[in-house]
Design a protein around this ligand. Structure first.
Ligand SMILES: Cc1cc2nc3c(=O)[nH]c(=O)nc-3n(C[C@H](O)[C@H](O)[C@H](O)COP(=O)(O)O)c2cc1C
Length: 162
């Protein structure tokens, strides 16, 4: 079964998560929406889609892709993930919902919030100021949730076995 992992990343963490998922699945094709905004998914049996959250919202790349391709994505086993540093479970759910339309979430094997990172070395001046203020730190921090990644991978594997 060939699997596509479609993502967009601003500072690199979603790309890192996508690569971890690909490794854990024992090989999948990584498709960066920044390089390929309208990928051909016809050859793939299953698709994983993920993107980061900024100021409560998904990025245009992922939201546009998910909305435009919802009908096609709903024909394949699908797993969704959002990358972010929001600790509140209700807000995390809202951030997932902002990224992916309800129809896709209803069809998907699941939607996972997989944590994220604050990478100060990759932030611009204003981003640094915002994160210093809300997170009270100026040190980079990694809080990728490996258990959530494992749960997503397990769901895709189970769909593969069917
Ligand atoms: C300016 C800024 C705003 C952010 N706002 C949110 C937010 O509202 N909710 C959230 O869960 N994470 C938020 N984050 C955390 C990012 O989602 C996190 O850094 C993520 O790992 C970025 O992924 P990327 O490197 O793939 O772009 C914010 C980060 C920055 C720098």
């Amino acid at each position: 079964m060939s699997i596509a992992i479609v993502y967009a990343s601003k500072h690199g963490t979603t790309a890192k998560v996508a690569a971890r998922i690909a490794d854990a699945l024992g090989g999948a094709i990584l498709i960066d929406l920044n390089a390929t905004p309208s990928p051909d998914l016809s050859g793939f049996d299953a698709v994983v889609v993920g993107g980061p959250v900024y100021a409560g919202h998904g990025t245009a790349q992922v939201k546009t892709f998910a909305a435009a391709r919802a009908a096609e994505l709903a024909t394949k086993p699908l797993a969704l993930f959002a990358v972010g540093m929001e600790p509140d479970p209700a807000k995390r759910e809202a951030e997932i919902a902002d990224n992916f339309p309800e129809s896709l979430r209803a069809h998907a094997l699941g939607s996972w919030f997989v944590g994220g990172e604050f990478l100060f070395e990759n932030m611009g001046f204003f981003e640094k100021a915002i994160i210093k203020r809300i997170a009270h730190t100026s040190e980079s921090v990694s809080a990728i949730d490996d258990d959530a990644i494992s749960a997503l991978v397990q769901a895709v594997r189970s769909a593969q076995a069917r």
